[in-house]
Design a binder for this molecule. Sequence first.
Ligand code: F6R
Length: 622
Amino acid sequence: MCGIVGYIGKPESPSDKARDVVLEGLARLEYRGYDSAGIAVAGSQPLAWLKREGRLDNLKAAIEAEPLPPASAAIGHTRWATHGAPSDTNSHPHISHDERVAVVHNGIIENHAALAAELAERGIERVSETDTEIAAHLLAIELEKGADLLDAMRTIAGKLEGSFALVALDSQHPERLVAARRNSPLVVGLGEGENYLGSDVAAFVGETKRALELGQDTIVEVTADSVNVIDFDGNPTQAKEFSVDWDLSAVAKGGYETFMDKEIHEQPMAVRETLRARTTEQGNLQLDELRIPESILRSIDKIIVVACGTAAYAGHVAKYAIEHWCRIPVEIELAHEFRYRDPVVNEKTLVVAISQSGETMDTLMAIRHAREQGSKVLAIVNTQGSTIARESDAVLYTHAGPEIAVASTKAFISQIAAAYLLGLYLAELRGNKYVDEIAGYLDELGKMPGRIEQVLEQEEQIRELARSMADIDSVIFLGRHVGYPVALEGALKLKELAYVHAEGFAAGELKHGPIALIEEDLPVFVIVPTPRRPLLHAKVISNLQEVRSRGAKLIVIAEEGDEDVLKYADPSQVFWAPRTTPTLMMPLVTVIPLQIFACEVAKAKGYDVDKPRNLAKSVTVE
Ligand code: F6R
């Protein structure tokens, strides 16, 4: 969702750098999803700002037509509309009634209506329909009373309800930026004689690799040479420094047509990196990050995975493996449902939160609830310095690198790999598996990058099929066992990228209702289990028969050499998973054709696969 960039340099040397750093940061944050963009700058000249609905290019064109003055401080924003339609006026930055203060904001100020009414009584009317504008006016009122921007921010932070990462620029003091955060993400980038703010590290990854995590309910004052962090009561607070391990090339397309293409191809690397350094030379598992005491991990009697969307499907896959290896019941719960249904969680429950961004508000709220009930929370997260990582008892990072395309691909794969490491670790710790058995599973996991590469070799055949099916308007995905969450993920990818109505079902469920949907030429994707699991396999082969006999168009993902599927599906519509891939590892390869298919259908329809309509990469509101 909304992206924030801030730059602060030396006030005595205003230049175009402030503007350029912010525009570059905004370009790198485009992936979060947005519908308008804006910038405000200050230095020796009065506050200047420009904002435009639509793509960042519209803003750049406006700056070209109406250049901004040299500045030492700048703040910028990509907006994903919540309060008020996308428009120039509703775009951020919002400017105070006296044109002294500019603010950008990510989150929702829930009591904006009451605060707007108070402002109206003072004769200050909102010009936009946004909640954010209130903050600009409130800050200006405090400054007018003689407060400095830090104090003003502290005062208004106490009045705001909801979630906010709020960055403010006082044009009379362009030597500093002040920001406040509650529930919405914000990180500080540390430079030499200049500093940065960003809604995530991608905002300044081109400038510095040193960053500071900001805790919940903190206010930060940043000048060119200093960073001062306090809590909402004004007490100094420590912010943890970390080193950003993403580089600029990771946030560029690297020769691919789209980020999504690049990220699909990065999947072998994502698994490799997630596994790397988590085994000893003797092949033993070593998860140093698991700072939860072993005695607690031994005593847990239930695992609940909380996550949303694709991350939840990764959790769903992990359920099969963790239950099988550890004999602990695993529930998978959509994070937004969890907190509101009075779940049974206690100190014997391990809550595993899975999130690429580490900022999904639904997941964040779920882990807070779990911790309040006494559960330990372990997060599987891709983004360093993110809120979910910070607020969990332990973090297992997926080292997939930045995922820029809005639709998740490499994060899904690496979430499964990380969850499997966790499962094996618990199995070893709790004595469910012998060390050599664990080593065997690890060895198979280690082979997965190579197996993913083998599936990627079928890319052109999958794309060709997708182009030939670009006019589809409804698709069904079927899978059984670990193939079921893969079917759900395949349907989600097609919905979100190609805007095609798609449903995923457990194949066994077909006869309980969905079979009524099957008709002549309806595309039905089926993920067929390995013939090495004859019972599972035979049941899904029966599903192929049932679907085929009703005239549907079958597209099959099966294990290489599975002759049975060729009785029902055209060979040009069968994609192969490498022979001998263990059943539990199958999702890491069977999902690949589904990702490529959805990507290519979307392209054939002329859609932007990196930024599907209405979606945001990081869903920071509940
Ligand atoms: C789908 C997709 C979303 C996310 C979901 C959770 O392609 O990307 O369904 O998986 O919004 O996001 P994170 O993993 O950032 O918590």
